[in-house]
Design a protein around this ligand. Structure first.
Ligand code: CA
Length: 139
């Protein structure tokens, strides 16, 4: 199934990356992986995924900064992003969403909850036709 949705998983913790990849593939998704922000941005430039699962706590560049850069580029402004956060504090969720993440899940998360959010976001995502006009996003 080469037209299965491609998920880019950005996660530096091998155990979590393995668990998420296994479950996504089991449910019919294709999975690409990156272990830090620079690699994530490079992979996105090489092959645009349908959705990015982005860990907040990454070495060097934080997930928030990666998200900011994704939103800054016209090519990836509409790319669905789900942040993986380690803390359940509301302030973190607000920061993630303010930075441009479409959704977030708090670790430790259940696979079913993660899959539900991925599917919801992919359903919401606009078909890949370029659209112009409308108010631009500030920042
Ligand atoms: Ca991490």
């Amino acid at each position: 199934m080469s037209d299965a949705p491609l998920i880019l998983l950005v996660e530096d913790e091998p155990a979590i990356a393995t668990m998420v990849r296994y479950n996504l593939q089991k449910h019919g998704f294709r999975v690409d992986e990156a272990v830090d922000g620079a690699e994530a941005l490079a992979r996105i430039a090489e092959e645009r995924p349908d959705l990015v699962l982005l860990d907040w706590m990454l070495p060097a560049m934080s997930g928030l900064e990666v998200c900011r850069q994704i939103r800054r580029s016209a090519a990836t402004r509409d790319l669905p992003v789900i942040m993986l956060t380690a803390r359940a504090e509301d302030a973190d969720a607000v920061r993630a969403l303010n930075t441009g993440a479409d959704d977030y899940v708090t670790k430790p998360f259940g696979v079913e909850a993660l899959l539900a959010r991925i599917r919801a976001l992919l359903r919401r995502a606009a078909p890949p036709v370029p659209h112009r006009g409308g108010p631009g996003r500030a920042g």
